[in-house]
Design a protein around this ligand. Structure first.
Ligand code: ADP
Ligand code: MG
Length: 526
């Protein structure tokens, strides 16, 4: 199945192409045709399976130039509202629909102004949407599509009443879609009451068993992904490696970046002709390239025996694909290693993959530049000695320059500088915008304010174990924890703070939904 096969406009097809999506995900394959036919749909699938585009593509297809709110999407959190609006924006690149996220915490005046200018799609949190309805700054008369995204999350966050109030204000002649990872009874009830003979589409989990090969994940920041990948591959002994990216565009960009850094790499994606594909595969088979960069689709059917490493540069969309990908290594009784790079926002997705493959993937600390250099030194030494001892390699060309430098500087200095020029190419890691500011923590730590405390029977042990499980650091690495009746302060090492923040946010501890924010520094006492 291809996106080309859907009866959708060229504008949207072009946008999908630009986003680098190669083939519809299973939920998209099933849901898009139904929504296009104006069916009410309940879509149930795990996170990361592409539900946004599953409703976004047909929704945008139905949006007209009319500057009224035609679609309303309700999401549980501000972050999701922004994320969904962003994805829709990309999908409507050539169609140019006006899409507005509205959420609490942002100035309402700003949102009112934007709404007045005329928007076709509103993505909002229930509380703020209701707020606008009460102020009469948002009209839902022309809404023909309504989407409840992450319905179970909205239920957990106590939004059911707000959602009902909103639903009652939308035209009955509408199409309603509900997306949820789970279907607890209150959500079922909501769908019975407010949806019109919905078609239920469930992407079943199926049995997935991961092969027993060495698996590991590294916590990386989005901005540092490339540098982190280089550190990982430079510190491992790799025969042949397959590096997976989510999109064709990702494959093209990563291939270019790796080649620019001098790696023997080539890319494989669905746009290549069979002949081009064969050339790349031949290079990989006879080891004239070390790395093959591919999308899931392009890697289908690849069967190369001595793949020593599978690297998930982008985390796979679902557990099945995780299992497929890592199964490319460890063939024919050889040792295989599967490495996954995980960004803060992907922490939860990793946990859902682990839950389904019933396996804990251990985390490893990213090697420092010093460690990488140390591991590489014996390789370099070999290369230099080979060159010195080889008969053919004539370095006489440089005699003049060598003499000149030797007259001016000590040989150690010259050789060291040359090595740096030739081998050293690692960058420092950047902080990627996760600046929590001064949180009043001890040096090297970040302090978080958590909205629960003794009221949910939280104990320091429970919390540190939760954090340890979540981000793969020892419980003992969690710093000071102060638990009060209704809130808690916790310090964690700075380098894992973004992962703790994204991973713990809106998660459950002792059955309660919790939230956290960077703490404000305590006022200095005199
Ligand atoms: P969900 O809502 O199911 O949790 P999302 O809609 O947020 O998942 O999608 C997860 C990621 O997958 C996003 O980065 C999205 O752009 C990407 N994605 C969605 N559909 C596809 C596809 N068909 N091919 C490649 N990537 C996709
Ligand atoms: Mg989603």
């Amino acid at each position: 199945m291809k996106f080309e096969d859907f009866p959708i406009s060229d504008e949207i097809k072009r946008a999908i192409k630009d986003m680098g999506f190669e083939a519809p995900s299973p939920i998209q394959e099933k849901v898009i045709p139904e929504i296009l036919q104006k069916q009410d749909v309940i879509g149930q699938a795990q996170t990361g399976t592409g539900k946004t585009a599953a409703f976004g593509i047909p929704l945008l297809e139905h949006v007209t130039r009319d500057k009224h709110v035609q679609s309303l999407i309700l999401t549980p959190t501000r972050e999701l509202a922004i994320q969904v609006a962003g994805e829709l924006q990309k999908l409507s690149k050539y169609k140019n629909a006006q899409i507005l996220p509205i959420y609490g915490g942002q100035s309402i005046g700003h949102q009112i102004k934007a709404l007045k200018r005329g928007v076709q799609v509103v993505v909002g949190t229930p509380g703020r949407v209701l707020d606008h309805l009460n102020r009469n700054t948002l009209q839902l008369r022309s809404v023909h599509t309504l989407i409840l995204d992450e319905a179970d999350e909205m239920l957990d966050m106590g939004f059911i009443e707000d959602i009902e109030k909103i639903l009652q204000q939308v035209n009955r002649e509408r199409q309603t879609m509900l997306f949820s990872a789970t279907m607890p009874p209150p959500i079922r009830k909501l769908s019975n009451k407010y949806m019109n003979r919905p078609k239920q589409i469930t992407i079943s989990k199926g049995e997935v068993t991961a092969p027993s090969i060495n698996q590991v994940y590294y916590k990386v920041l989005e901005k540092n992904k490339m540098e982190s990948l280089c550190r990982v591959i430079d510190s491992e002994t790799i025969d042949l490696g397959i590096i997976f990216c989510r999109t064709k565009k990702g494959v093209a960009e990563l291939t270019e970046a790796l080649q620019a850094r001098g790696y023997m790499a080539d890319g494989l994606h669905g746009d290549l002709t069979q002949a081009q594909r064969d050339i790349v595969m031949k290079k990989f088979r006879d080891s004239s390239i070390e790395f093959l960069i591919a999308t899931d689709v392009a890697a289908r059917g690849i069967d190369v025996e001595n793949v020593s490493h599978v690297i998930n540069y982008d985390i796979p969309q679902d557990p099945e694909s995780y299992v497929h990908r890592i199964g490319r290594t460890g063939r024919a009784g050889r040792e295989g290693i599967a490495v996954t790079l995980v960004t803060p926002r992907e922490m939860k997705h990793l946990r859902s993959i682990e839950a389904e493959i019933k396996m804990n993937i251990p985390s490893e600390r990213l090697p420092s530049v010093e460690e990488v250099v140390e591991k590489q030194q014996h390789v370099w030494k070999g290369q230099i000695i080979d060159l010195i001892e080889s008969e053919e390699e004539d370095t006489g060309l440089y005699d003049g320059l060598v003499k000149e430098l030797l007259d001016q500087y000590p040989p150690e200095k010259i050789v060291g500088s040359l090595m740096k020029l030739a081998f050293y190419s690692h960058d420092d890691l950047k902080d990627d915008g996760y600046d929590f500011g001064d949180t009043g923590a001890q040096k090297g730590m970040t302090r978080f304010f958590i909205n629960v405390g003794r009221n949910i029977e939280l104990t320091p042990k429970k919390l540190s174990e939760e954090v340890s499980h979540l981000v793969g650091i020892p419980a003992s690495a969690v710093g000071r924890i102060d638990i009060f009746d209704n809130f808690t302060f916790m310090e964690v090492p700075q380098e894992v703070a973004p992962f703790v923040y994204e991973g713990l946010k809106y998660s459950r501890v002792n059955g309660a939904r919790i939230n956290l924010e960077p703490a404000k520094p305590r006022p200095k006492r005199r």
